[in-house]
Design a protein around this ligand. Structure first.
Ligand code: NVA
Length: 311
């Protein structure tokens, strides 16, 4: 299975506004079709590899189900079986897998590894989370925020640690020209280069990305407040003292009360109640936690159709 110039989905910053809008529209269409019990089978006869170096609930299950619903076959390759870069060179692994598979979906700890796979693969590579980005989640979140109303005009406020999820929401805001405020402690700011590139692109697209270290000020005009775990997968044991500096960034009733009354709460999961978010907020009526999870399925089906191409 060799494709000339495969189109990878590693970051939303590589995709034009029209392409991202197209994927969102298709995700919404696939969701509606599924709701009516219509099967699309647009990828019938294709085989898609799934590779996860970190635990996964939403990504793994929603990709497997989405692949089946598109009529394709999934193969899960456990990392200990292949030991990329140790048992076999990354280039060889990517090229061999490209002989059989029509796309590779990879969750790798290091973003460099997913880039290396993409460089050598002859089929599209989809980033299923790295230490730098989580674009599948961000696309699904765009669908969730659109459904909730106010994606275009409403401000999205990130509260917590600057991490892979922040980077992908910055890239989303850049691609769609959204209004985004990032509120983190100084010591936990997102990558400055990604922040700058996203800010410039968002401005060109009619949006705005700001940094406001005080979460109480940041949420004042929020349509959406988004938070994530304070310690990401792979960071365990490497970061210390975060909980003390992050205590004022917990998304709890006190913080949410400073936002407009119709604010919605987002969290990519897994949620740690009592840490980055209080139980009453994540389980409350403003929370879109389960809508976000549901939309992973539809967004990822649209991503797979876009990168593989529908015949
Ligand atoms: N920032 C989190 C996201 C999990 C979906 C992590 O990388 O662990």
């Amino acid at each position: 299975m060799v494709v000339s110039n495969p189109r990878h989905f590693l970051s939303l910053s590589d995709w034009s506004r029209e392409e991202v809008e197209g994927m969102l529209a298709r995700a919404a269409e696939l969701k509606a079709l599924r709701g009516r019990g219509v099967r699309t089978e647009s990828l019938a006869g294709r085989s898609i590899l799934l590779y996860f170096e970190h635990p996964s609930l939403r990504t793994h299950v929603s990709f497997e189900i989405g692949i089946a619903e598109l009529g394709a076959t999934s193969v899960v390759l456990p990392p200990e079986q292949v030991r990329i870069g140790e048992r076999e060179a990354v280039e060889d692994v990517a090229r061999v897998l490209s002989c059989w598979c029509h796309a590779l979906v990879a969750r790798t700890h290091s973003h460099r590894l997913v880039e290396d796979l993409a460089r050598s693969a002859r089929v599209p590579v989809v980033n299923a989370l790295t230490d730098r980005a989580h674009p599948c989640q961000a696309l699904a979140d765009a669908l969730t925020m659109r459904e909730a109303g106010g994606l275009r005009e409403g401000r999205l406020v990130w509260v917590g640690v600057g991490n892979n999820m922040t980077h992908s929401l910055i890239a989303l805001a850049g691609a769609l020209g959204l209004r985004l405020t990032v509120s983190t402690p100084e010591a936990c700011r997102p990558d400055p280069e990604l922040m700058q590139a996203g800010t410039e692109r968002a401005r060109r697209e009619g949006g705005e990305i700001l940094y406001e270290p005080d979460p109480r000020l940041a949420v004042r005009d929020a349509a959406f407040i988004y938070t994530d775990v304070w310690v990401s997968m792979g960071e365990e044991g490497r970061v210390q003292d975060r909980h003390r500096v992050l205590a004022p960034y917990q998304v709890n009733a006190d913080l949410v009360d400073r936002a407009p009354p119709d604010v919605k709460i987002l969290h990519c999961g897994p949620a740690h109640r009592g840490e980055e978010v209080s139980a009453d907020v994540i389980d409350g009526k403003r929370s879109l936690f389960y809508e976000q999870a549901e939309n992973r399925l539809h967004a990822q089906k649209a991503i797979l159709e876009s990168v593989i191409g529908v015949s």
